[in-house]
Design a protein around this ligand. Structure first.
Ligand code: GLU
Length: 292
C-alpha cells in the first residue's frame, strides 16, 4: 500500500488584538495552499502570552475568521485528533520538549537579568530586529545539566556560531541565516514558567503533523532557529512558505494597533469579504496599504 502524504497547514494567530488585513492576507495564502492541495487546515490559538492575550480576542478572532470565509478542519472550538488547540493548554507537551532539549546539552539556564544583558550588548546590530545575546554571558558547557525541570530561570539555546542554516522556501527559494550573525542564543523557556515562541511552535507543528508552515516573512530568522530545534530533537521539519508583508505608505509593517485596518472595523464600515479581497494588499504588488 503506498503512503500518500497529506498536506496539513495551519493558521496560528496570537489573540493579542483584533486581526488586521496583514493577518488576513497571510492566513488567506495559508488557507488557499491547503485547499488547492486538497489538504487539511488547523486553527491554533497561540495564547501563551498571558499579559497580552485575552479571551475576548480569541472569541472575536474566530468570529472574524469565519466572517471572512476561512474554514478549518481542527481547532480550539471544534476539537480534533491533536487537541487541545490552544497553546495555554499544552504545557505538559512543552515541558516534555524542554526535557528532550535539555537531554541534548544544547540549552542552558540564563541567570542574567535584562539589565545585565542590555549592558553587555554591543551597539552595531541596529539592523537586527532583536539584538544578539552577548556570547560572554554564556555559562560554561554543562551548566544546568543537573536540572530536572526548567524552574524559574530563563533557558537559552546555544547558537552554533558561524554555522549557516540554509533552507528552501517555496516562494523565495534558498534562504540563509548565520548563527552568531543573524541571531544569537535564543530563548527556550521563560522564568515565568512558559515556553518561548520557538519551542512552543516547533513542539506544536511536530505534534500536529504540520507538513507546511505558511507564515509572514518577518519570521524567516525564526524559521532558521526553529530548524536548529528540529535538528536537536531529531524531528523532520515541515516545508516553508513565507508570505510578503503588507506595509503602510511609510513602509512600516501593519500592527494590530492599526485599528482602522482591522477586519472588524472594515466590516463595521460596510466592507464585505469580497470587497476586502479586491483591496490592493490582496490584489496587487507591492503590498502597500492606502487609506480606504
Ligand atoms: N502566532 C504567531 C504570530 O501571530 C505566528 C506563528 C507562526 O506562524 O509560526 O505572529
Amino acid at each position: 500500500m503506498s503512503h500518500i502524504p497529506v498536506y496539513r497547514g495551519r493558521l496560528a494567530p496570537t489573540p493579542s488584538g483584533h486581526l488586521h488585513l496583514g493577518h488576513a492576507r497571510t492566513f488567506w495564502i495559508a488557507h488557499e495552499r491547503a485547499r488547492e492541495r486538497g489538504g487539511q487546515l488547523i486553527l491554533r490559538n497561540e495564547d501563551l502570552d498571558r499579559n497580552r492575550c485575552k479571551p475576548e480576542f480569541v472569541r472575536d478572532m474566530i468570529e472574524d475568521l469565519r466572517w471572512f470565509g476561512f474554514g478549518w478542519d481542527e481547532g480550539p472550538e471544534i476539537g480534533g485528533p491533536f487537541a487541545p488547540y490552544s497553546q495555554s493548554e499544552r504545557l505538559a507537551s512543552y515541558i516534555e520538549t524542554w526535557r528532550q532539549l535539555h537531554h541534548t546539552g544544547l540549552i542552558y539556564p540564563s541567570l542574567h537579568s535584562r539589565l545585565d544583558v542590555q549592558a553587555a550588548l554591543i551597539a552595531p546590530h541596529d539592523d537586527l530586529a532583536e539584538p544578539l545575546f552577548p556570547p560572554e554571558l554564556r555559562p560554561p558547557q554543562g551548566a544546568g545539566s543537573e536540572c530536572t525541570q526548567p524552574g524559574e530561570v530563563n533557558w537559552r539555546f546555544r547558537a552554533p556560531d558561524g554555522r549557516t542554516i540554509v533552507f528552501y522556501d517555496d516562494r523565495l527559494g534558498e534562504v540563509c541565516r548565520t548563527a552568531g550573525v543573524d541571531f544569537g542564543d535564543f530563548l527556550i523557556w521563560r522564568k515565568d514558567g512558559s515556553p518561548s515562541y520557538e519551542l512552543a511552535v516547533v513542539a506544536d507543528d511536530h505534534a500536529m503533523q504540520i507538513s507546511e508552515v505558511a507564515r509572514g516573512e518577518d519570521l524567516l530568522t525564526s524559521t532558521a532557529r526553529q530548524l536548529l530545534l528540529y535538528e536537536a530533537l531529531g524531528w523532520q521539519p515541515p516545508e516553508f512558505y513565507h508570505c510578503p508583508l503588507i506595509r503602510d505608505e511609510a513602509g512600516a509593517r501593519l500592527a494590530k494597533r492599526t485599528a482602522a485596518l482591522s477586519l472588524r472595523s472594515l466590516r463595521q464600515q460596510g466592507r464585505t469579504p469580497e470587497d476586502i479581497r479586491q483591496l490592493p494588499p490582496f490584489a496587487t504588488q507591492p503590498f502597500t496599504v492606502r487609506h480606504y
